[in-house]
Design a protein around this ligand. Structure first.
Ligand code: AMP
Length: 286
């Protein structure tokens, strides 16, 4: 276990590689939790699950520029590195990997990872290039850390599906483990972006999860088609002051539009409140 902030935090790829190599030769297993920092209790659930799974835990903190579009919030994304490191230290994480942008993205780079189909709709359609940025940086981080296990939140369900597909397709030797969405008392999914909501917007934001729960009831009641339910809830969110990107009833397995024959479903949504874009989802079995 690291005994000071200085030993906990690592910035260089060669250093983390050397440390992981040492652990491996001692027969220890390694779990990895990639994050963009501004850590909240949702992230810490992933860290706890990682600690329960493996001998060593590496958490990365890197606000990845390539997954933000030009008009998106890269520059205003909340950065709270010192507080993050303290949180990780209190959970006895072994390494906080905080790479510099230049190390992850040297000037000359010709390779990009594109996971087709599963990346195309929903957040992929609303944020062109987003999942290429995610898949590329996560594959680089996997190659740097070479973990046995990697932990991802179900809050970003499409991202989780993209990573699972990438790991399968590219034979990356890591087991992906998902962790359920951790919520505030009023149901709002915890997110780094919540801190950018005004007090009024913060109250309003809880309606997103309420709408997902209502839509789940509507699906189970089977009184309207899925397309009608999606339309009604898009209208409901617009009426409540959101600008929704999508509200979609999908098959959990491949995120295609659900049909009445499908039994394992997920309802995905993304909506803007002022300048803040929020996403959430709810799973249901018929
Ligand atoms: P981020 O820092 O937003 O890139 O998130 C890092 C990881 O934490 C991703 O795998 C997210 O899905 C996960 N995560 C974020 N918020 C939550 C939450 N409320 N509950 C569970 N996992 C979360």
């Amino acid at each position: 276990m690291a005994d000071s902030v200085e030993t906990l935090r690592m910035t260089e790829i060669v250093c983390i590689r050397a440390q992981v190599k040492q652990w491996r030769s001692a027969g220890e297993s390694i779990a990895f939790v990639p994050t963009m920092g501004n850590l909240h209790a949702g992230h810490l659930q992933l860290v706890s699950a990682a600690k329960a799974q493996a001998d060593r835990v590496v958490v990365s903190i890197f606000v990845n520029p390539t997954q933000f579009g030009e008009s998106e919030d890269f520059s205003t994304y909340p950065r709270t590195l010192d507080a993050d490191i303290e949180k990780l230290q209190s959970l006895a994480v072994d390494i906080a990997f905080v790479p510099l942008n230049e190390e992850i993205y040297p000037d000359i780079a010709m390779t990009e990872v594109c996971v087709s189909q599963i990346s195309d709709n929903y957040c992929g359609a609303a944020r062109p290039g987003h999942f290429n940025g995610v898949a590329t940086v996560v594959s680089k981080l996997f190659n740097i850390v070479q973990p046995d296990y990697a932990f991802f939140g179900e809050k970003d369900f499409q991202q989780l599906a993209v990573i699972r597909a990438m790991v399968t397709d590219l034979n990356i030797p890591v087991e992906i483990i998902s962790v359920p969405t951790f919520r505030e008392a009023d149901g709002l999914a915890m997110s780094s972006r919540n801190s950018r909501l005004t007090e009024q917007q913060r109250k309003q934001a809880a309606k997103l999860y309420q709408s997902l729960k209502l839509a789940k009831q509507a699906v189970l009641a089977r009184q309207c088609t899925y397309a009608e339910i999606e339309r009604q809830f898009m209208q409901l969110l617009i009426g409540q002051g959101f600008k929704p990107d999508y509200f979609s009833i999908c098959r959990r397995q491949d995120l295609q539009a659900a049909t009445v024959e499908d039994t394992q479903l997920i309802i995905l949504l993304a909506a803007r409140l002022g300048k803040v874009r929020l996403i959430d989802n709810i799973q249901l079995d018929i």
